[in-house]
Design a protein around this ligand. Structure first.
Ligand code: ADP
Length: 480
């Protein structure tokens, strides 16, 4: 394979696609990372057929076999985390420490699911009939189609691939076109760790071609998707129509409530991290800062002081706090929401300017709006960039109502020193994940991840709960 040219993995072989696209570094538009496939429908169908064939034997593999492969891959990912983090930061634009952290996370996820292969116990139930025994076991689902977004280029593929393989499924994965290198590196590691041919297939290409083929194929038993609400809903409709199992993780408009009694340093630290780190490109980002009136002015002033110290720059440069926006179309979306918020009457209290700190890239200063209300589009629609707005409220009750006033329900946070409010918020926040005195983004890898309302559909991802999606339950009765 020539340097800089990458291929699809189909049936255990690296296969060239007829068309290719360039992968560009958003920190430096003159830096072409490599040429990656733009796969066809036929390439995708070949990958699905390979997975189907491999499932015959892989579904009967032993937990030890699956443990050994996942554990070996985990070790390689962890040993190479600095290099993998660099690959990730170069193509996605999050800072190098964030990239290395994400690569390490992928390794930890692989380790966790290596262990899960050994923990998949069944149940025995007493029958209501004499002389009959009942066994409840879990079996693999089949071929899992995976469609992943650009914002976590290695962690999301890892948290879908690892449980799929751990429980004996085969995989066809289509990573986001903007960030194929990280997924390619992960798949390469897993393949070399000893996976039989066809168990894991990588098809890089467009959503409307590769994604669509995966979604429509009768040979794909289940589809797991992370991405936008619009695409997710369209995929779910098609998948459900043909009876496929489906799991969606989509957007958020996550609130972070700051109460009068909050520790101001904790509140500002969590708000800046939650709203702006990873360039605000996290589905768990805190884009609505809901602040009670007694602390509002102090909080806004402290946010602005903190934001003045934040360095936006090349993702790979030392000292960068916030990297560039991922691409031009996302940058346009961010800028258009900054305009919308202004037109709606929001006050741009900080940032929102395009920056050019050196090389030509998609650099945007974090934008903080104040004087916004819950009816404004800036507080209702996901921006997916370094843009956050402050909503002033009277008290905790108003704050909670505002926090829940959204079609989304992924993550919800509160800064307070009150046990009463913290406890009440944990129970009454309408979200899959609740954070007290912590940023809305940033989760553990061994516990369930997912949301409510318009944010998610289907079973949770990650931790032992992942088995709900990646296994199917069998109830066997036997007359003794
Ligand atoms: P974003 O790019 O904003 O994260 P998208 O929902 O557009 O969100 O993309 C998420 C993933 O879905 C990507 O891998 C993309 O290629 C894929 N995708 C986009 N459109 C379709 C489609 N019609 N069918 C299947 N997958 C799609």
């Amino acid at each position: 394979m020539p340097e800089g040219t990458f291929q699809n993995l189909i049936g255990g072989e690296w296969v060239k696609a007829d068309k290719a696209t360039s992968n560009i570094n958003p920190s430096d538009l003159s830096d072409v990372i490599g040429e990656f496939p733009s796969a066809s429908k036929a390439d995708t169908e070949a990958a699905i057929a390979a997975a189907r064939e491999a499932f015959k034997t892989w579904s009967l593999s032993t937990p030890q076999q699956r443990f050994d492969i996942l554990d070996a891959a985990a070790n390689e990912v962890l040993a190479r985390k600095a290099e993998l983090g660099r690959i990730l930061s170069r193509e996605e634009g999050k800072t190098l420490p964030e990239g290395i952290g994400e690569a390490a996370r992928a390794g930890q996820i692989l380790k966790f699911f290596a262990g899960e292969t050994l923990r998949l116990n069944g149940e025995l139930a007493p029958s209501v009939r004499p002389g009959v025994s009942v066994e409840i076991t879990r079996e693999p689902v089949g071929v899992i189609g995976m469609i992943t977004p650009w914002n976590f280029p290695i962690a999301i593929p890892a948290w879908k691939i690892a449980p799929a393989l751990a429980y004996g499924n085969c995989v066809v994965i289509k990573p986001a076109e903007l960030v194929p290198h990280s997924a390619w590196a992960l798949v390469d590691i897993l393949q070399r760790a000893g996976l039989p041919k066809g168990v894991l297939n990588l098809v890089i290409g467009r959503g409307s071609v590769v994604g669509e083929t995966i979604v429509q194929s009768p040979d794909v038993d289940a589809i797991t998707f992370t991405g936008s609400v619009e695409t997710g809903k369209a995929i779910a409709a098609k998948a459900v129509a043909r009876g496929a199992k489906v799991q969606l993780e989509m957007g958020g408009k996550n609130p972070f409530v700051v109460l009068d009694d909050a520790d101001i340093d904790v509140a500002v630290g969590a708000a800046v991290n939650g709203a702006f780190f990873s360039t605000g490109q996290r589905c768990t980002a805190s884009s609505r800062l809901i602040v009670t009136e007694g602390i509002h002015d102090k909080f806004v002033a402290a946010m602005i002081e903190k934001l003045k110290t934040v360095k936006v720059g090349d993702a790979l440069a030392e000292g960068t706090d916030i990297g560039p926006v991922v691409d031009e179309s996302q940058l346009k979306q961010d800028l258009s929401y900054i305009d919308i918020a202004r037109q709606e009457g929001g006050k741009l209290a900080f940032g929102g300017e395009l920056l050019q700190p050196g090389k030509k890239g998609f650099y945007l200063q974090p934008a903080l709006f104040t004087e916004t209300s819950m009816s404004m589009r800036i507080n209702r629609e996901e921006v997916f960039g370094p843009v956050a707005s402050v909503v002033k409220v009277k008290n905790y009750e108003e704050a909670l109502a505002a926090a829940n006033d959204t079609i989304f329900g992924l993550s919800s946070g509160i800064a307070t020193t009150s046990l009463k409010y913290a406890t009440h918020f944990k129970r009454h926040a309408q979200a899959g994940m609740v954070m007290v005195n912590l940023p809305t983004a940033g989760v553990d890898y061994h516990v369930p991840f997912g949301g409510r309302k318009g944010s998610s559909y289907g079973p949770r991802e990650q931790g032992a709960y992942a088995r709900e999606f990646y296994t199917t339950v069998k109830t066997a009765y036997q007359l003794a």
